[in-house]
Each structure stands twice: as structure tokens, then as C-alpha cells.
Design a binder for this molecule. Structure first.
Ligand code: SF4
Length: 373
């Protein structure tokens, strides 16, 4: 039978019947596993919730969010019955808001199309909103003992070091090799334990910076350690350059209230609230901004206060620069401004209601710094 190219490569790294790695890893896990609330359950709802919250988030930061979600929405029916605004509000501060919207959409899909029961296999789990290969593998293996390996940053790091794999992890070839290796290494009899073990091993022992090689169970067989290369692996090709965006926010005060704008689909932060936004191709002073609202403010001769700080905010592939300008509205100004706002979701909110609105971190930071809420 003709052998697959990927088998030939991975055979050179590890034979297909190797169980040493899984056995050692499991032993390590029995002594060092982290005590986490989603570990003490086989409930796919709780496992799924923890996995979604922990994507791109450290356990210490994600844990209070997990506890708040479980308290507020103890079952998937409770989460599905919530409004998107409530879910975004509870998610506030974690960033990557698409995850929160998908979380909500997934809960509704499970309730409406699967009678409230998560599918019990990897393939069907992948069809749900926001569930990619990693999350599907985590749920399928931990809740249903299906032997599918999780492959994420932790796994890339551990395997690339132990087996000295220099193929960049963010290439198709790299992904292919690591997936194949992970599939060969998983403990077929206890995939739930194995997957949690490799997650914890990467998080506690084989850390991105300063791995604790001196006490590591693999330090006689880990090729990276033997060759002194542990800080050079895994290899990742440089990311595409982050795009810059320049935001000019106009904060309109009406008495004690502020105008807040609900962001639309098709851009970052859909479903969250910010202020009236004018985006430019560079940062400008208020006088240089070209916009109908700016013209109206100038026509009414309303004084503008420029907030002294330039905010820089990093997203995955974007860096945002934001300036804030404050204006106190008059009744005559608002009468004309309402016409400008008629096709937008811009409304005034008291400080108490603003606290309850879901908002991007950048806006929260600003509001707190200038004591608006
Ligand atoms: S010896 Fe060091 S680099 Fe190798 S697996 Fe252990 S902690 Fe990671």
C-alpha cells in the first residue's frame, strides 16, 4: 500500500505505536494537575463554556468570568434565553467579542436544533457556531471520551521542543505535521486525561518563557533541552503587519447624560456601545475633521474640549489610536443633531445605564479615567 507523505515524515519523528510520551505525561498530570471547576465535570455545557472563555485568555483572568457565567446561566437553556446585550455585558473586558456573540448563537443552536444536548462527537460539534477544531476536540474528548487530540499553542510548543520540530507552526505543512503527531501520541484509552494533561503541561512546566526543564520528566529525552534550543522553539513565521486605525470620538453631553452609539455588524465591536465616531486615515485635530456633526458643532459655536490623552489599543491584527473630544449640547444643537442621527442607533444614557451597557475595553478605560461612570 502506498504510504502517505505525512506518515513518512512523522515516522521519522515518532513511530506510530509510541506510548511512552502519553504514559509519562499522564503520570505527571496525576501529580501536578490544576484544580479547576470545569475539570470536576463531564458536563459538555461547562466544558464548552470554559474552552470558549479561555481562548486567548489566561486561566487567572478567565476563571472569574466562568464563575459569573455559570452563576447567571446555570444551564444552556438559561444562556440561550438571555439577550445578546446581556451576554456581551457579562463578557465585557475579555475582548474578542465575536467569541461572545458566537457563544450566544451556539447556545441557541444547541437548544433549538439539538434539544438542548450538545452533539456527542467531534464532527458534529464542528458544525456549531464558534466551535473550531480545538474546542470540538476538547469537548469530544473530555465529555465523550472520543480520541481526538487538542492542538493549540501549548501543544505546538511541547511537541516542537520534545521532538525538535523546526517546521513553522503557522504554515499548512506545520499544522499538518503537528496534527498528525498529536493524533499518534494521544492515549486512545483515556483521551480525556491525556488532553487535559498536555494542556496543563504546556501551561505549567513547558511554558513559553523559561520552561522548567530542570525538574521536567522529559529532560533526558527532550531534544530541544538536550540541544539547548528550548527557547528557539516553536518556530513561527512573522505575522502580517498590524493595520493602524485612527478614531476620533465625539462625546456629546446632555445634562448628566451621554450619547452612546450601538455599533453595527461588519466591523469590530458589533453589538457594543461607543461614542459618535469619526475615523480618519491619520489623527487629526477637531478643526481638521470633515464630518456633518463637526460642521453642526462649529455652526452652533459649541466649545470643544480635547481630552489630553491619546489612547492606543491593540487588537489581533489592528492597532487603534483614539482621541476623545467633549462637547456640551444645547437644545437647539440637539434638535438638528437628531436629524443627523435618525438612521443610527445613537441615544442618551445616564451614568447608571452606561455602566450596564456592553462596551469595548477602550471605551471602559476612557469612561473610568475621566470619571463618567
Ligand atoms: S525539558 Fe524543558 S523544553 Fe523539554 S519538555 Fe521539558 S520543560 Fe519543555
Amino acid at each position: 500500500m502506498k504510504r502517505r507523505y505525512i506518515d513518512i515524515i512523522t515516522d521519522n519523528i515518532i513511530p506510530s505505536n509510541n506510548t511512552y510520551f502519553a504514559t509519562q505525561l499522564t503520570k505527571w498530570y496525576q501529580q501536578h494537575q490544576r484544580i479547576l471547576p470545569w475539570r470536576a465535570t463531564k458536563d459538555p455545557y461547562k466544558i464548552w463554556l470554559s474552552e470558549i472563555i479561555l481562548q486567548q485568555t489566561r486561566v487567572a483572568q478567565g476563571l472569574p468570568y466562568y464563575n459569573r457565567f455559570i452563576e447567571q446561566y446555570p444551564t444552556i437553556y438559561d444562556l440561550a434565553a438571555a439577550s445578546e446585550t446581556e451576554v456581551l455585558r457579562l463578557w465585557q473586558g475579555l475582548g474578542y467579542y465575536t467569541r461572545a456573540r458566537n457563544l450566544h448563537a451556539c447556545a441557541r443552536t444547541v437548544v433549538n436544533q439539538f434539544q438542548g444536548q450538545f452533539p456527542n462527537n467531534y464532527k458534529e460539534l464542528l458544525t456549531l457556531p464558534g466551535i473550531g477544531p480545538y474546542t470540538a476536540a476538547a469537548i469530544a474528548s473530555i465529555a465523550f471520551k472520543e480520541a481526538v487530540p487538542v492542538v493549540d499553542g501549548n501543544v505546538y510548543r511541547v511537541l516542537s521542543r520534545i521532538f525538535n520540530i523546526e517546521v513553522p507552526i503557522n504554515t499548512n505543512k506545520g499544522k499538518h505535521i503537528f496534527n498528525e503527531l498529536a493524533q499518534r501520541l494521544i492515549d486512545l484509552t483515556a483521551p480525556d486525561v491525556y488532553n487535559q494533561a498536555i494542556m496543563d503541561f504546556g501551561a505549567i512546566q513547558c511554558t513559553p518563557v523559561k520552561p522548567i526543564c530542570i525538574s521536567c520528566i522529559f529532560n533526558t529525552s527532550c531534544l530541544a533541552f538536550v540541544m539547548g534550543k528550548q527557547n528557539q522553539l516553536p518556530i513561527k513565521l512573522p505575522n502580517i503587519k498590524s493595520k493602524k486605525r485612527f478614531f476620533h470620538y465625539i462625546i456629546i453631553e446632555i445634562g448628566d447624560e451621554l450619547l452612546m452609539s450601538l455599533r453595527k455588524e461588519g466591523d469590530i465591536w458589533a453589538g457594543l456601545y461607543d461614542f459618535y465616531l469619526i475615523e480618519g486615515d491619520k489623527l487629526n485635530e477637531f478643526e481638521q475633521l470633515t464630518d456633518e456633526l463637526v460642521d453642526l458643532i462649529k455652526r452652533h459655536q459649541l466649545p470643544i474640549e480635547k481630552k489630553p490623552k491619546l489612547y492606543k489599543h491593540m487588537l489581533t491584527h489592528r492597532t487603534l489610536y483614539a482621541l476623545f473630544f467633549r462637547v456640551v449640547a444645547t437644545a437647539a444643537f440637539m434638535k438638528e443633531a437628531q436629524v443627523l442621527f435618525k438612521n443610527s442607533e445613537i441615544n442618551s444614557f445616564s451614568p447608571e445605564s452606561i455602566k450596564l451597557l456592553p462596551k469595548p475595553k477602550l471605551i471602559c478605560n476612557f469612561l473610568e479615567e475621566f470619571v463618567y461612570i
